[in-house]
Design a protein around this ligand. Structure first.
Ligand SMILES: NC(=O)C1=CN([C@@H]2O[C@H](COP(=O)(O)OP(=O)(O)OC[C@H]3O[C@@H](n4cnc5c(N)ncnc54)[C@H](O)[C@@H]3O)[C@@H](O)[C@H]2O)C=CC1
Ligand SMILES: O=C(O)C(=O)[C@H](O)COP(=O)(O)O
Length: 378
């Protein structure tokens, strides 16, 4: 069977060739003629999968190596009898580490202590849960908002969005994009919400661009609102509003989820689902695929404070490495996708093995997701 895969899926050729004949293609725009004889299609978020793309073709299985699924018309796939699988949670750790890098950078720049701040998390799924756990591991207070989970009766202390807006110093969005329905998230952060944020607040959007009304945000920033902004996603992509980019504190080209581990997990999740679909069950251990990281092992002497955590975090990933290149090319056609396609390898904190001579530092770093151990010379 011919399996069409997005060329930005690491390890796709190597894995899927165990199950069929692989052709790697760009995802935006996808070369439609390649679909004519394809039995399976593996995409990322840049390919809109719907009747226009697939009607009259022989595709029987669609996989997306992403957490978000708003680019897939699932109702159409259902009607057309095409099997579908996504990769929930594959890159959640990467997004959490992006948010942490941003907060630590802003804290250093503006001279505040993270543990004095309250972080409101909107959308407490794979990303939000991990973000809450890591923030709390470092002693940062969190407030949670997730109406679908609250309505399901999930045992968590959920608050209304209005309360987060009133109380949070940082408001960070991690919801899917729902254009309508009871839990609509399109423009969830509208002008009213943005202008009601506490003075000096930080607004972060690393989920989908249209969850924050970009025109309203631009208006608030141009009006001089005392607000710091971190945007990884834009309305619309790949054409972002350059004037808005100039006014945000951190702006990146939709790469919050782009650790090598996160992308590789996405590939392996859809690979395993496809294997299951064709009756050839496969399992892949992620660490058999990944190369050694640039920085593998270090020693930390003494306790862990915010400044030390910032240095450790930024040894693995500093969000500014993705902000500067976007500012250089923003507004030039094709450049947004080029930055994403030629993304410099980025690893997760767990790739850094830290030997600590302070027991508390080791425990906190472990809870934050580093591979930390306590070891004394005695
Ligand atoms: N920037 C990037 O590179 C990445 C972006 N994403 C985006 O982030 C989103 C969240 O990712 P995950 O946590 O993995 O998804 P998830 O599906 O595990 O969690 C989403 C959570 O949002 C909640 N939610 C839904 N509607 C809501 C509403 N109206 N208000 C508050 N909460 C609501 C859901 O109940 C769920 O708990 C994805 O749907 C995707 O669009 C995900 C990964 C990488
Ligand atoms: O998983 C998701 O959802 C994301 O937003 C991905 O990180 C987006 O990456 P691409 O699929 O656009 O490469």
């Amino acid at each position: 069977m011919k399996i069409l895969v997005d060329e930005n899926m690491p390890y796709a050729r190597e894995l899927f060739s165990r199950l069929g004949e692989v052709t790697a293609v760009p995802g935006r725009p996808i070369p439609v003629d390649e679909l004519a004889d394809a039995g399976a299609l593996m995409v990322r978020s840049v390919t809109k999968v719907n009747a226009d793309l697939l009607d009259g073709k022989g595709v029987k299985f669609v996989g997306t190596a992403t957490a978000g699924t708003d680019h897939i018309d699932e109702a159409y796939l259902d009607r057309a009898g095409i099997a579908f699988s996504a990769a929930p949670g594959c890159n959640a750790i990467a997004v959490v580490e992006y948010v942490f890098s941003s907060l630590l950078m802003l804290a250093e720049r503006d001279g505040f202590t993270l543990t004095d701040r309250t972080v409101g998390i909107v959308g407490v799924g794979n990303v939000g849960v991990r973000l809450q756990a890591r923030l709390e591991a470092f002693g940062v207070r969190t407030l949670l908002c997730d109406p679908p989970r609250a309505d399901r009766g999930d045992e968590e202390d959920f608050q209304p969005l209005e309360q987060l807006v009133r109380e949070a110093d940082v408001l960070t969005f991690h919801t899917p994009l729902f254009k309508d329905g009871p839990y609509k998230t399109l423009h969830l952060a509208d002008e009213r919400l943005i202008s009601s944020l506490k003075p000096g607040a930080i607004l972060i959007n690393a989920c989908r661009g249209p969850v924050v009304d970009n025109a309203a945000l631009l208006k608030c920033l141009k009006g001089g609102q005392d607000l710091s902004v971190v945007l990884d996603v834009w309305e619309p992509e790949p054409e972002l509003n350059v004037e808005l980019l100039e006014l945000v504190d951190i702006g990146t080209p939709h790469i919050a989820g782009y650790t090598l581990e996160g992308k590789a997990r996405g590939t392996t999740q859809v690979f395993e689902a496809f294997g299951e679909f064709i009756g050839q069950r496969q399992q892949v251990a992620l660490d058999t695929l990944l190369p050694a990281p640039e920085f593998g092992r270090i020693t930390l002497h003494g306790p862990l404070d915010q400044a030390t955590l910032k240095r450790l975090v930024h040894l693995v990933y500093d969000v500014r490495r993705d902000d500067a290149p976007l500012r250089k090319v923003a507004g030039q056609p094709g450049e947004f996708d080029k930055l994403r396609k030629n993304y410099q390898e980025r690893r997760e904190w767990s790739s850094l093995y830290i030997q600590c001579d302070d027991e508390n530092a080791a425990a906190t770093l472990q809870n934050l997701g580093f591979s930390a151990v306590y070891h004394t010379a005695r």
